[in-house]
Ligand binder design. Structure first.
Ligand code: NAD
Length: 252
């Protein structure tokens, strides 16, 4: 489906509320970065050396074999170094300029929303562009273009092991980001859930929270998801097609 073919009529009746300052909340997942060439966890290319992400992105896997877990992240960081924001990221950044109140919450750890120019992005699962010392908790920037010469990397201050500054399966989400994400879902006028399978908890509960609140909820995903029955409408198309059309429609 091309961008021109997306029928946005289910969204149009909400434009007035959004233009008048109602919050557009957007929750994004790995599917939004798929068109930048970054594999999702569950789609094709989701396996790394035969392992599923759920086997590697865990505290237990890191304790057992930090080198293997870091090799997995370096593989993802190398892919990210040559990835660029795609039209979906660009459209979301444009929406933040066109509408008065657009809040982006992401499960992605790739920084592509910020690279596209989005501001105040709530990163629920951290970022692979930062490291964290397991002893002191110090967080440092780690650009994808900078390779670690030896794995695992160690803290230059205290010699502790460094880990990617991400939330692994089985770990708590950062409290401040989670509180912000809940607040956005609860007070949004329109809530768009894009490119997420809606099965990784607790992020998967945000769409449900928005649907129980006052928001009109929309999903953008070429595949069926468990959230779909709770939405006002599910666009079965790519994030780039729907979001680019939305920007054109609102700018017309
Ligand atoms: P997921 O892999 O579970 O689901 C991705 C979803 O995106 C699928 O439902 C798929 O149908 C959909 N999709 C694929 N292409 C799409 C497109 N062009 N437009 C719209 N939707 C599309 O990913 P998730 O729900 O985000 O949850 C998995 C976890 O994986 C998250 O915790 C996230 O942190 C992590 N993750 C992040 C990245 C990244 O930062 N780029 C990449 C892989 C996984």
């Amino acid at each position: 489906m091309t961008a021109q073919e997306v029928d946005l009529s289910p969204l149009r009746k909400h434009y007035e509320r959004l233009r008048a300052g109602g919050t557009l909340g957007v929750l994004t997942g790995a599917g939004v970065s798929a068109e930048s060439g970054l594999p999702t966890f569950r789609g094709a290319g989701g396996l790394w050396e035969g392992f599923r992400a759920e086997e590697l992105a865990t505290p237990t896997a890191f304790e057992k074999d930090p080198v293997k877990v870091w090799r997995f992240y370096e593989y993802r960081r190398v892919a990210l170094a040559s990835a660029r924001p795609n039209p979906a990221h660009v459209a979301l950044a444009a929406l933040q300029r066109i509408l008065p109140a657009v809040r982006i919450v992401t499960q992605n750890v790739d920084g592509l929303h910020q690279q596209a120019g989005s501001r105040d992005v709530v990163e629920l699962h951290g970022s692979i562009l930062r490291t964290r010392c397991v002893l002191e908790g110090t967080v440092r920037s780690a650009p994808a273009t900078a390779r670690f010469l030896d794995l695992p990397p160690y803290c230059p201050e205290c010699g502790g092991l460094l880990r990617p500054d991400v939330v692994w399966f089985g770990e708590m989400l950062p409290q401040k980001e989670w509180d912000e994400a809940e607040e956005i879902a609860q007070q949004a006028s329109v809530y768009i859930v894009a490119g997420t399978s809606s099965i990784v908890a607790p992020a998967s509960s945000l769409g449900i929270l928005a649907a129980r609140g006052r928001a009109a909820v929309f999903e953008i995903n070429p595949e069926e998801t468990p959230l779909a029955p709770l939405t006002d409408f599910a666009f079965r198309a790519s994030a780039s097609a729907v979001l680019s059309s939305l920007v054109r429609d609102l700018s017309a």
